[in-house]
Design a protein around this ligand. Sequence first.
Ligand code: HGY
Ligand code: MN
Ligand code: MN
Length: 418
Amino acid sequence: MATATTSPRIDGGRLLERLATLGEVGSTGDGGCARLALTDDDRAGRDLVVTWMRDLGLDVRIDQVGNIIATFAGTEPELAPVMCGSHIDTVRTGGRYDGNYGVLAGLEVIESWLAVGLRPRRSLAVGVFTGEEGARFAPDMLGSLVYVGGLGIDEAHDALDAAGVRLADELDSIGYHGDTPCPGPTPHAFVELHIEQGPVLEADGVTIGAVTGVQGISWQELTITGQSNHAGTTPMALRHDPSVVVAELTMFVRRLTQQLGGHQVGTVGRVELFPNLINVIPARAVMTVDLRNTDPDRLRVAESAFADECRMLEQSEGVTIERRSLARFDPVEFDATMVDAVERVAGDLDLSVERLPSGAGHDAQMLARVCPAGMIFVPSVGEISHNPAEHTSPADLEAGANVLAVLLAELAELGAAG
Ligand code: HGY
Ligand code: MN
Ligand code: MN
């Protein structure tokens, strides 16, 4: 069976070239790309990756929520497959590596095995999960959540974006409404390679992150209804102004993170005012709040304090606040054997490695519900992500992909007697 010393290494140049080519799909012209889930740009990215999968001779299936599962058959295909992968949908100000890296590195591993004529005992599947970002259809990690049975297919199909467009209708319109049933087959193990998107590895001068888990995520959308009125004639004491509540809650979230400290983070990412005119006190505001913490108890404290603040502002400003949960996931700890394996393989490849939790959500946290899952991080330059300036050095990209290659070779028993 292949080990760190005998496993084929990936072709770094080929991986970088594919990342650059995919990065041109939905290019924003500033080094980044925008391929919001199930848009025409997402379809174009999907079509390109599926073409690469088919060129490798993989068995490509599209499931009922648009997940793409490409399988390299092992010598004992009846065994549960090993799975890797990630997502290729992006946020509107996306970079070239978030998600794309884990998918393309999986294809690169298979191509490096084909190049030396080695086949694994267990099949190796590469997953492209629908709508991981949650930037258009909530919750985030939607496709992998459906894949593991955490969200019913009907409920997923009825998800609506901010414009009221239905997810299933978009699957139809881009031609990725597959018939492969969800939930999907339970993998033997799942490994996701991803950029860190944070400051830790770069600050520590470490190449590989052995990810210990993913912090808890709480997303909610608020609809704040006040009273539209004339900006010039309405005395301040008579106003019921949703934009004031938005401002108060935004500053409350910042103060709350400072009070709680630790890993607590909070973000107001989307704000819409209606009618959004210079001389009209808004009738209504819609805003989102993203609260996260590695500690489940403190995340609940943050949520409860935020709810109390909303109730207080309803009274003081004379508005109504309707809160809708968009996503709520407790922190996830990855299987210890997988974290150990990432750490060991990185060491075997003479790469510096450290353990750390993930601040971002990932598909691996959903696969962890059904099988041993793990993640490999590589450093993000300048801790920038969800930004066109997102960057990881070619050497680190290649190093991370080689850790993936060796770990997948072990898990899938590459070169084992058929
Ligand atoms: O929001 C997240 O953490 C991920 O990028 N979907
Ligand atoms: Mn991602
Ligand atoms: Mn992301």
